[in-house]
Every structure is written in C-alpha cells, then in structure tokens.
Design a protein around this ligand. Structure first.
Ligand code: FUC
Length: 824
C-alpha cells in the first residue's frame, strides 16, 4: 500500500487523530494487560477509533476490504435479576460465613476495636463481604462487517481519522482511479450511528452484516445471547435476549439513501451494488430501565422492536445530511466551549508516529504541544461521547467494550468502580465546561439509594441511610464485593458524592441542589450520623472497620475515610444553609465534623495513611498506585496552600509514592502535583503517562484499556492552568516552564465563572472573567493587585485588594471583565 499523504492531502486540523493504515496493520506498543487480552483485543484497544452518543458506541477499524466496527449499547449487561437468580439481592449476604447475622458481625468488630483487640477485629471484618452471583459484566453487542472485495495492493493515499472538532470519523483512499470515502458519526439528538459512504470516479459494491458477539464458548456458561436475525428489504434486525438474565435486546441496521441496488443476499446479509453514495443507520436498545428492583421497562420483545424501529425510521426519513447538521450543532456547542493553545503546530505526522516521536524525544516542542493539546481535548470528546443525559454514566471503558463473558474476560466487568475510577471519569467534567455530561452520574447515584438502603440495613443494622462499596453495576449491586481486600469501601459513597456536590459548586443551581443533590447527601449523612464511634484514646470520631483502597491493614479509622466523611459533612452543612433546610441539624453536623479524627503527620513528616503508621513504609506497600490518604489534597481541599504544614507532608508522601503507576494512577498524580503548585513535576508526569500509559489511539492503558486515565489527564491539565477549590480562583497555579506561552478559553471555575487566560514567557498577561451568575469574583495570581480591571464597555472598574496577590470585584451575570496585568 503506497502513501503519498504529505503531498496529496491538505494539512489536517490539529485536533484530529489520524493514521495512514487500517487498525489491523497497527504495531502494538505496551503490554496487552491481564484479563486474557488476546492479540485481537489488543489491536482493538490500541488502534480502533471510538465514536459514541453515550448510549451507543462503535469502534472503527477502517479496514479496506473488510471494514469492521465493534458495536456497543451501554445497558447490555449480564447479572442482576434473572429467572436463574430468583433471590438476587444486590450481592448482599444477610448471614456471614461464620453463621452470624452480618450486622452482628459488624457490631462485634466495633466492640473488638473498642476493646483494643485490633487484630481480632481485623480478622473478623473479613467476614463482611457479599456474593459474586449476579454481579455480571458489560457485554459487547456485536460487529458490523462491510465486505468490499477490493485488492488492497492497489490502494493509495489511505487515511483514517477522528476529528475532535466535529465528532466525525473518516476513512478514505484512492483505488483504481477513484476515491472512496467513509464518514461515521454517533448522533445524540437522533440516537443513531450513521454512516455515509461515497465513491468518486468509481462504484461501491459491498455486503453488510451485523452479527452479534457470542464467541469464546460463552454459550456453555449461559453468558451468551439468544438472538434471531431477520433481513428484509433494506433492514437487518437482530433481536433476542441475554441468556444470563433474559434482558431483551434489539438492534437494527438500515440502508438509507443510495443510488445503488440493495437486495437481501442471505439470512444475515444485505448487498449493495454499483453505488456512488450510500447512507446507513444503526440503532439499538434493551428493555433495561434503572429502577429498583426489576430494572426492566416491562416491554415485550415486540414493543422493544417497535421502539427501536421508530427511532430508525425517523432517522432514515430525516436523512444523513440533516442528522449530521444536528449532530454538529449538538456536539460543537459543548466541545467548542474550551480552546487551548500551548504553541502547538499541525504536524504532518500521523498520531501514532507523533506519539512515538514524543516518547523518543524526537518531537519538536510545537509537535509535543500538539499531542498534549490533542489528548486534553480528547478527554472532553470522550466525555461528550460517553456521558449524556438519560443514560448510565461512563463505565470503566466509557461505552466501548469488545468482549463478552464474565469479569474474567471483560476487564473488571467494565463496571462502575468507586474507589477512584468512576470519580476520575468525572474530574474533568465541570472545569472542562461540560456540566451537562454529569447528569448520568447524578442520576445513577440517585438510583443507588434504594438498593443501598438494603445494604446499609444488612451490613450495618441501621434503618436509615444508604451505602455502596468499591464495585457496582446497573442492577443496584451495592454489597461490599466478595472479598474484603478490595470490596469493602463504604467511603466510596461520600467520595463519589463529592463529584455530585461539585455540580452545585460549579453551577450554583439551587433548584437542582434541592431536587437532585441534597436528598442524596442527606441519605449518606443519615448513615454516618449512626456509624461514627468514639476512639477511646483520642476521644475523636471515626468509623470502623476501615480499609484504605486495596492497601495495608484493616483499622478503626484511616485518613481515606476520615477525609471523605469530613468532606461529606462540609457539603451538607453548606447545602443546608443555602436551601434553608434542616437548619436545626446544622450545629450538630458542625460538631460532628469538628470531632472527626484529623489528618496526622508521621515520623518522616509524611501524611499518615493509617493512624498506627509510624515512619514511611512502616505499613503498606512501596509505590502503591492508590493515593487514598491524599484525597484531602485532590480532589478535596483539606490539604492546600492554606495549610502549609500538611502541604509539606503531602509532598513527602507524594515523593514516596513516586511517579511509576498505572495509567489512571499517573492521571491522579498530575492532579495532585497541580494542587501542590508544581507544574514542572506535573509535566514530568504527563511525559510519563504518554510513555507508559497511552496507546496509539490515545486511549489510556491500565493496561488493558481503562478510560479513567484519559479523564484524569484532562482534569490535571485544567488544574495546572486554573484552580477554584479554595474560595478563590487561582490563575496559572502550576504552569510548567515548557508551556511558557499560551492561551486558554472557556474553563469553568466554581461559582459558574468562565475564565480565559493569556500568558507569555510564563507570565499572565490578561484574564477574561465571565460570571454566568451575578457574584463577587475573587482571583489570585502573584501581584494581581497591580492589575487593572475593565468592564464590557472598557471602563476601568475599581476592585478590592484583599492582599497583594488576591483581588475581588462585583461581577454581573453574563458580563465580561478583563483583568490586565501587563500590556501586550
Ligand atoms: C481499582 C484499581 C485497579 C483497577 C480497578 C478497575 O480497583 O485498584 O487498578 O483500576 O479499579
């Protein structure tokens, strides 16, 4: 295959991922990862390009002769209620292995801790587990194959791309004097995946199939699908159910406008002949509904079929061009809010080559910046493509998943992991100015309350409040896993509620707070009001048993839980004051919060992860990937530039953890170092992430592929440029030397304030501030008191000087204020 790309093509938009070979020709880098990752899985995770509208996803291989797309629909999950599991109860196990009621085990553990019998308490705590039966896993739906019988040796100028400015994937090449182009999009407004194929100076002949994914002898385990395919007219319909839980599924593919001949080739295949243009539409759904305890819409297979057919018919009628126009409008109004310029170029290099050059130190500065900006915006693209209103949140792989089977084949079941991963998926949501993509998370959390109350009652013996732990699913699995060592993590709920609370912090939407957020906080606080116990030595409040995610000893109280519980009370106290609700409870909550055991500094000056830790390394593992004791630094605000002693200790702890980690671990480190204010260290970690945690398609590698690191990176870059967690907005708080000149537009700060920054030679020149709501805006930057502030009419505005670095002024809604530090 010859490529004359540089000569023939226009320079591509710098926010495009592009390649000069189909995915199957890619040379894999990094290790494939665990979970029996096959060579095929590895190619998929490293080279295919994802499109998605949140509820559906597809990965495009861009093959010449046999085009292939893997297809997903986010609700296609095994597990949960099933005729095979009439007693499915969210994984909860009312009676422990030792024959005691679970809540009695919990009580006994507390008593043992209070009697200082710590070892016995920790041993007994191991009984606090749930059961795996019914956990399930997210299932790949199937593949779409388009068989063009082409002689690949005659192809020239091959290009495969994903344009982040438009949310469009393309494949194009020249063949025997003609040019063949394929364009793919996933539309949120029309709920379809749409293809447009065109041929110039040539004709297209192909067969198209949509087989469901049922490989790997899954049928024997009853983890497969039972489906039938009907091909009629210009439509392929696959309908049936999952063997494991009888979830109904229905997917339909239809050929729309074309000048070619369309006919049914066989019971699985449609044929298209002699076409110069063809449009194809795909949509799918299941009878899943996120309502406890049945999790089904109640539809019959026929009704589901009608619902899916209706969406498809409307799309075909609307046509590709209108669907594309509406897709662009919908996508771009979100994507275009943020612009980042770090001096990047538009390199004439495919993305895999650019990444290679970056990692080998061969990229020019401008090329390196191009890749950094591309990855930044890719995180925003992936959020829009995997998390829209009306849907489940982005799972461990967003919406993209190519495997079938149980959680031994599907990495971690591609579930909702709440001991860091689901949180990280939403770290870049708000400051990246994509608040709309948070709705699925907030809805999902609300859906965990009903099953989570059952878990709270079974495990803690309480009658109010809800809980959930490390892992959960769309079927209300809220039990603590099936092994304490990774499963137990009740503080996962206060932690994820921090992401939910941030919705309010960033939007200041009181109505939304009242209806969607405050009731959730209340349910969580109701639990902690009952769980907190007094530590006999310090007289402080703590919970037991506690476990720092996947690390170290089981103890009564640890920094992870204490920091998160503190944050939870902080949120409810603020929320109650804003809404004027529960005012009689506020002082009690304040008292509780003040009595929580605080963060402690150890003998080496480190933040202690456990209260019985002495020196660094006296407990736990060296370089453990979880930074659970530093959540007060990021995403919390218990450790900050305003608590210099704790900050110093956090730096010691961060250095002790080191820079080697999994993809998401490096993502978290970037954010943590940004909060420290060390931009150069942040950039060092960015380079590490590019080298050890990124595939050629710029997906994050655990390995295998896990999407959290993508979002973690995007959040981290924003935190380097702007932070707003301390009651004021810090401008360029952690700028690396290498980003000496730049511009960023549209970051969102807490308080619903949009920020635009211009800097040169590492010095802030000008800031534009646009409050979306009237408020006092507080800004911080070295010597900001020397700045001049101008309003919309270019009139100089007087401001309050809080100190030499901090100023504030009254901002009117939707007005723009320019803060000028230095003349350009
Ligand atoms: C957490 C991490 C693992 C992995 C899994 C999905 O449990 O400790 O590294 O990312 O989530």
């Amino acid at each position: 295959m010859k490529t004359k790309l540089e000569m023939q093509r226009q320079p591509l938009n710098p926010l495009t991922l592009w390649y000069t070979e189909p995915a199957s020709k890619g040379k894999t880098i990094l290790s494939p990862g665990a979970f029996n990752t096959t060579e095929e899985d590895n190619l998929w995770q490293q080279f295919t390009l994802p499109i998605g509208n949140s509820s559906m996803g597809a990965n495009i291989y861009g093959e010449i002769s046999q085009e292939r797309l893997t297809f997903n629909q986010k609700t296609l999950w095994n597990g949960g209620p099933s005729t095979r599991r009439p007693n499915y109860n969210g994984g909860n196990k009312p009676i422990a292995e030792n024959g005691l009621k679970m809540s009695a085990v919990y009580q006994k553990v507390i008593e043992l801790y209070q009697a200082n019998q710590n070892e016995q308490a920790a041993e007994l705590a191991q009984q606090l587990v749930g059961e795996a039966n019914g956990y399930g896993a997210y299932q790949s739906w199937g593949n779409i194959y388009v068989d063009f019988l082409l002689d690949e040796s005659q192809v020239e100028n091959y290009l495969r791309s994903l344009d982040l400015t438009k949310g469009l994937a393309t494949v194009s090449f020249d063949y025997q004097g003609g040019t063949f182009s394929r364009e793919y999009l996933a539309s949120y407004p029309d709920n379809v995946i749409a293809f447009q194929y065109t041929a110039k100076n040539g004709k297209m002949n192909f067969d198209i199939r949509f087989p469901i994914h049922n490989e790997e002898k899954i049928l024997k385990k009853n983890l497969g699908k039972e489906v039938s395919t009907s091909v009629f007219g210009n439509n392929i319909t696959v309908s049936g159910s999952l063997q494991d839980n009888q979830l109904l599924l229905n997917s339909q593919l239809q050929i729309g406008e074309t000048d070619g001949k369309v006919f049914v080739k066989d019971g699985e295949t449609l044929a298209v002949r002699e076409a110069t243009f063809v449009t194809i539409f795909v949509t799918a759904s299941t009878d899943y509904q996120n309502i406890y305890p049945d999790y089904r819409t109640g539809e019959t297979s026929q009704q589901l079929n009608e619902r899916v057919a209706k969406i498809l018919t409307a799309a075909v009628k609307k046509g590709y061009q209108k669907i594309k126009a509406d897709h662009l409008k919908d996508y771009q109004q979100l994507f275009e809010r943020v612009q980042l310029k770090l001096g990047q170029t538009t390199a004439p290099l495919p993305t895999d080559q650019l990444l290679k050059n970056y990692n080998e130190g061969l990229a020019t500065d401008a090329e390196a910046r191009q890749l950094e900006v591309l990855l930044y915006q890719y995180g925003r693209y992936l959020a829009i493509a995997s998390s829209r209103k009306g849907d489940l949140p982005a799972n461990l792989q967003g919406v993209w998943q190519n495997r079938v089977g149980d959680a031994e084949r599907v990495p971690w079941g591609a579930d909702f992991h709440m001991n860091v991963n689901l949180q990280m998926n939403y770290w870049s949501t708000y400051n990246g100015n994509l608040v709309e993509t948070a709705y699925p998370l907030i809805d999902y959390l609300n859906s965990l309350v009903a099953p989570g109350k059952v878990s709270a009652e079974i495990y803690f013996g309480v009658t109010s409040g809800f809980t959930a732990h490390t892992q959960n699913t769309p079927y209300g699995f809220t039990a603590p896993g099936w092994s304490f060592d990774w499963g137990w993590s009740p503080a996962a709920v206060p932690w994820i509620l921090q992401n939910v609370w941030e919705y309010y912090e960033y939007t200041l939407d009181d109505d939304f707070l009242r209806e969607q957020i405050y009731p959730l906080l209340r349910e969580s606080v109701a639990l902690y009001d009952q769980l907190l116990i007094k530590d006999s030595k310090t007289g402080r409040l703590e919970t037991a048993p506690t476990f720092s995610p996947e690390h170290g000893p089981i103890t009564a109280g640890n920094t992870y839980e204490q920091s998160l519980i503190w944050q939870l009370y902080q949120a409810i106290i603020t929320g109650a004051k804003v809404l004027g609700q529960d005012t009689e409870k506020i002082s009690g909550w304040q008292k509780t919060q003040a009595q929580l055991r605080p963060i402690e500094i150890g003998q080496d000056g480190q933040i202690k992860e456990w209260y019985n830790e002495t020196t660094l390394g006296s407990l736990g593992e060296k370089n453990h990937r979880h930074l659970s004791h530093l959540l007060g630094l990021f995403p919390g605000n218990l450790i900050s530039i305003e608590t210099p002693e704790l900050l110093e200790a956090a730096i010691i702890s961060l250095n002790d953890r080191g820079d080697e980690s999994t993809g998401w671990g490096m993502g978290q480190l970037i954010n943590a170092w940004a909060r420290v204010g060390d931009g150069n260290r942040g950039h060092q970690l960015i380079q590490k992430l590019f080298k050890d945690g990124l595939y050629p398609n710029l997906w994050d590698a655990h390995p295998p592929f896990q999407i959290d690191g993508n979002f973690g990176y995007t959040a981290g870059v924003t935190e380097m440029l702007m932070q707003s967690n301390l009651g004021f907005i810090q401008l360029l708080p952690a700028l690396p030397d290498i980003w000496s000149d730049g511009f960023v537009k549209g970051l969102l700060a807490r308080g619903n304030v949009e920020i635009c920054l211009t800097w040169q030679e590492k010095v802030l020149i000008e800031t534009t501030v646009k409050p979306n709501i009237k408020q006092v805006v507080k800004l911080r930057y070295p010597n900001l008191a020397n700045a001049k502030v101008y309003d919309d009419k270019n009139q100089q505005l007087s401001f309050q000087r809080i100190n030499q670095d901090t100023i504030s002024f009254e901002g009117a809604a939707e007005h723009k204020y320019r803060v000028v530090l230095k003349q350009k």
